[in-house]
Ligand binder design. Structure first.
Ligand code: NCD
Length: 332
């Protein structure tokens, strides 16, 4: 069979596909670097596919949609959920992985650059998931890559796939995203999850509240960006000021690894603890979320409350990542 050249309308890149196969869709052959690249229509599509993935997993566990495809998982920072959910996602779709979770055992430890590491891995894999401590690392990798790069967290920059699964969680738990008052609590300065989530939520009709220690406030550029989009935002000094009106409470960990001065970290690390008494003053249909890991911000006694959605959020993450892989590889 003669291969067919297919050009992606969005990025102009051409791929040679086996005759007869035709692939399109907004994510096909695309990098996923920032939530800024998504429209509301893209999100609806992703969540629709994620729902199909959920039904298939519930029915058959795994299936061969991505049989033969290889995912490289390149993590320069620790991870439990993001790396293992991507691994579970490709494996449930019949594909396989090149795991580089411990870069200290790879040639990175010998001083190999990110571009060289990427150019090597893309010779073996069809798509690369990258986590890196520097903001902009995924965008840099994408400049050198012919294969799609998925940003799994770039320093204090963005964590787009987490924001997608966070939105999917809100949708699944509440039935809709529009109309929600979302309160973000904790480390809003260094937390990449809240940076991506606030931007992605701004595609909807929502209100945002921010509660943090003064030294960990949401970056001014982000506030300005959302202001320009007409999003109502409020910076509160205490959770009590906004808890009563909150539909979604998104709690985050103080990002110890980002502090230059550990005394500063010590001064803010125990600023907030969500306890059963906190939830007693919250809406009965509150959705309590956390990207995890938690290190004391939510007491374990809260886990029994049906409003605690963070472990369901973990599960939704796998369906969303299955959807992303299938769409990037042109199979959904
Ligand atoms: C987050 C991260 O890595 O940014 N974790 C995750 O991916 N679920 C949040 C954190 O580390 O606090």
């Amino acid at each position: 069979m003669t291969p067919t050249a297919v050009t992606n309308a969005r990025n102009g890149r051409t791929m040679h596909l086996p005759f007869g196969e035709k692939r399109d869709g907004p994510l096909f052959n695309q990098h996923i670097l920032s939530v800024k690249q998504f429209s509301r229509q893209d999100l609806e599509l992703i969540f629709g596919v994620a729902n199909e993935m959920r039904m298939m997993v519930e029915r058959v566990g795994s299936f061969d949609l991505l049989k033969g495809k290889v995912l490289a998982v390149l993590f320069y920072e620790p991870s439990t959920r993001t790396s293992s959910s991507f691994i579970a996602a490709i494996q449930r779709l019949g594909g396989s992985i090149i795991p580089i979770n411990e870069v200290k055992y790879s040639s990175v430890a010998k001083g190999e650059s990110l571009p060289d590491t990427i150019r090597t891995l893309e010779a073996y894999a069809d798509v690369i998931v990258l986590r890196h401590p520097e903001t902009g690392a995924a965008a840099l990798a994408a400049q050198y890559a012919r294969k799609p790069i998925i940003n799994a967290g770039d320093g204090i920059g963005e964590h787009p796939t987490q924001a997608l699964l966070d939105l999917f969680t809100i949708l699944e738990e509440r039935g809709k995203i529009d109309g929600a008052t979302v309160t973000m609590l904790g480390d809003l300065k260094y937390g990449r999850t809240v940076h991506s989530l606030a931007r992605l939520l701004s595609l909807y009709n929502i209100k945002l509240n921010y509660v943090s220690p003064p030294i960990l406030q949401m970056p001014r550029e982000l506030l300005d960006e959302l202001n320009a989009r007409g999003i109502p935002q409020r910076e509160a000094n205490a959770l009590e000021e906004v808890l009563g009106e909150t539909d979604v409470l998104y709690v985050t960990r103080v990002q110890k690894e980002r502090f230059a001065n550990l005394d500063e970290y010590e001064s803010v690390k125990n600023s907030y603890v969500i306890a059963p008494e906190t939830l007693a003053r919250a809406k009965p249909d509150l959705v309590l979320m956390h990207p995890l890991p938690r290190v004391g911000e939510i007491s374990e006694a809260v886990d029994r409350d049906p409003r605690a959605a963070y472990f369901r959020q973990v599960e939704y993450g796998m369906y969303v990542r299955m959807a992303l892989l299938a769409m990037v590889l042109g199979k959904a």
